[in-house]
Design a protein around this ligand. Structure first.
Ligand SMILES: Nc1ncnc2c1ncn2[C@@H]1O[C@H](COP(=O)(O)OP(=O)(O)OP(=O)(O)O)[C@@H](O)[C@H]1O
Ligand SMILES: [Mg+2]
Length: 341
């Protein structure tokens, strides 16, 4: 079982309305809700692809219970809740169907008491010693700035047990987390720009940036996701640029999480960097083609996977050469072939 960690989950509610302006009283006749939070999105994708996923989360109150219920019953994700006194937040997105505009309102996350912090660490220890966990995915923000070092502590514990950690966060959580040497990080361009305080507008500066993280921070696998421009990957000194085809973007939220799910599988199964990158980008792109976060059409995934282009990069002179070979998706994921085609 893979373990995802989501310290700051939410109920992710979308209200569909024709259109609105601030100050309006608007009635809606349609809304959807899912268990939100970046690690939960990763877990949902892993389960869709036929893998088992567990979710460790801080949850509180009635909304927290709902998050756990939805994850377990709808998403088939095994939950390890750590309860907080303060209830879990709801994120409300207003989707205007006439123009596609999205406006989102975020409630604050909970403050975390020392006892709740210790409970989280203890539960993490218990889960990784009771289940066979090859990879842990740490995703998103930590709700209380007082404990922004949470990921640093969790990575240290996982490293001691020989469990690979994927870290997908930003800000203090990122700078604290990389002190403990995660196996993989996945910033997007905006997140890495802020971390390095550097201009990362062109591809050469981005190659330099991932090289810096790989070499100076000793992170074996660095993935920089770049939205419609795909992703740059540095893994064991090999550099590649993975480029998806042009698509009609419906909702790219959670595309980074879908990409992380692809890398989780690739690392676990020992796929090549090229096949892993192709799978990760295909998942990110397919996620952007549907409204639901962490959901995709298998048919889109298969089409996109075939259409992706990969270039190998020489980091000394940044020269690119196209790499054409790839393993067909049904060979890579035989369970997908049986259940979904
Ligand atoms: N418009 C798009 N067209 C094609 N592919 C896309 C598009 N948007 C996202 N993707 C795919 O999804 C991957 C991850 O996207 P992105 O860089 O936006 O992640 P992110 O900012 O971390 O997202 P989030 O944090 O919301 O999950 C990209 O590398 C790319 O493969
Ligand atoms: Mg992201």
């Amino acid at each position: 079982m893979f373990l995802t960690v989501t310290p700051n989950p939410c109920i992710d509610k979308t209200i569909f309305i024709p259109k609105f302006k601030p100050g309006d009283r608007v009635r809606s006749n349609k809304y959807t809700q899912i268990s939100g939070g970046k690690g939960n999105n990763v877990a949902r994708v892993l389960v869709t692809l036929g893998f088992q996923a567990g979710a460790l989360l801080w949850v509180g109150g009635y909304t927290g219970k709902q998050v756990v219920k939805m994850l377990q019953e709808k998403d088939k994700v095994k939950c390890f809740p750590v309860w907080t006194e303060i209830p879990t937040r709801t994120i409300t997105t207003i989707l205007e169907e006439e123009n596609g505009r999205q406006t989102a309102f975020f409630e604050p996350g909970p403050r975390i008491s020392p006892q709740e912090y210790n409970n989280f660490i203890q539960t993490f220890n218990k889960v990784i010693s009771s289940y066979k966990i090859p990879i842990v995915v740490l995703s998103g923000t930590v709700p209380d700035p007082k404990v922004a070092f949470l990921y640093r502590d969790l990575i240290q514990i996982a490293n001691k047990q020989g469990i690979k950690v994927i870290l997908d966060t930003y800000g203090n959580e990122f700078s604290e987390g990389i002190k403990s040497n995660p196996y993989m990080v996945k910033p997007n361009v905006e997140e890495l720009t802020k971390f390095l305080n550097a201009d990362l507008k062109d591809i050469n500066s981005r190659i330099g940036a991932i090289q810096y993280l790989h070499k100076k921070h000793k992170i074996p696998c660095v993935v920089l996701s770049m939205g419609r421009e795909g992703a740059l990957v540095c893994w064991d000194n090999t550099y590649i640029h993975i480029i998806p085809p042009k698509i009609k973007e419906i909702n790219p939220v959670g595309s980074g999480d879908a990409l992380v799910a692809g890398f989780t599988i690739g690392l676990y199964k020992g796929f090549s960097i090229e096949d892993t990158g192709r799978l990760g980008v295909a998942l990110g792109t397919s996620n952007a083609m549907t409204w639901d976060i962490g959901k995709f059409e298998i048919r889109d995934l298969i089409n996109i996977y075939e259409q992706i282009k990969i270039y190998k990069i020489n980091p000394i002179n940044n020269q690119k050469v196209q790499y054409k070979e790839h393993t067909p998706l049904p060979v890579l994921l035989p369970k997908l072939k049986n259940s979904s085609l």
